[in-house]
Unconditional design. Structure first.
Lengths: 113, 111
């Protein structure tokens, strides 16, 4: 089944404790992206990657890091999480060169206390 | 001003009703318009995709784009309880790295 897999689905952590949210897709998509979803603000792009070793900032990159060492994986790293990073996070992928839209993962609900 | 505005609802309708969901936008360069459906505790899934102006129909769903008014709509005919979800509009100017999403409209279809 073609899908984007995120882990974990739920995470509660403390301020300052480094964490990684993993994302993997099995569709051989070149393009991958991370979004956060907050009530009233909708989906906001954090980072995106056009292909292996090519990443760039989205609209809200502060406090986040990403890497793209393999085509299928695009982990999101929070080096020092803060409570304002409490949110619902989605990874998405698509074929570059089309605006047909994304395939999204099921989301990771992160709570930073 | 947000790039894309969408009424958050919630919108509650009886089963069988015709539902109209709308978004307005400010960037006249947008050419690609999408509707996503998001069930509770799930990621958004692509429902409809339209390029430029006009209508597109897929079963009970019709997407309309009016570029002169910067207004897009999604119509759902004969709505079903299974249509209960949050509907997100999204659009792009053709920069395939960049999509702008509305904040979503929550729809509840009552049996």
């Amino acid at each position: 089944e073609a899908q984007v897999t995120q882990n974990p689905r739920y995470l509660i952590t403390v301020t300052g404790k480094k964490l990684t949210v993993t994302c993997s897709q099995n569709m051989n998509h070149e393009y991958m992206s991370w979004y956060r979803q907050d009530p009233g603000l909708g989906l906001r792009q954090i980072y995106y990657s056009m292909n292996v070793e090519v990443t760039d900032k989205g609209d809200v990159p502060e406090g986040y890091k990403v890497s793209r060492k393999e085509k299928r994986n695009f982990p999101l790293i929070l080096e020092s999480p803060s409570p304002n990073q409490t949110s619902l996070y989605f990874c998405a992928s698509s074929t570059t060169g089309t605006a047909y839209g994304y395939t999204f993962g099921s989301g990771t609900r992160l709570t930073v206390v | 001003q947000k790039e894309v505005e969408q009424d958050p609802g919630p919108l509650s309708v009886p089963e069988g009703a015709i539902v109209s969901l709308n978004c307005t936008y400010s960037n006249s360069a947008f050419q690609y318009f999408m509707w996503y459906r998001q069930y509770s505790r799930k990621g958004p899934e692509l429902l409809m995709y339209t390029y430029s102006s006009g209508n597109k129909e897929d079963g009970r769903f019709t997407a309309q784009v009016d570029k002169s008014s910067k207004y897009i709509s999604l119509f759902i005919r004969d709505s079903q309880p299974s249509d209960s979800a949050t509907y997100l509009c999204a659009m792009s100017a053709g920069d395939f790295n960049k999509f702008y999403f509305g904040s979503g409209t929550k729809l509840n279809v009552k049996p």
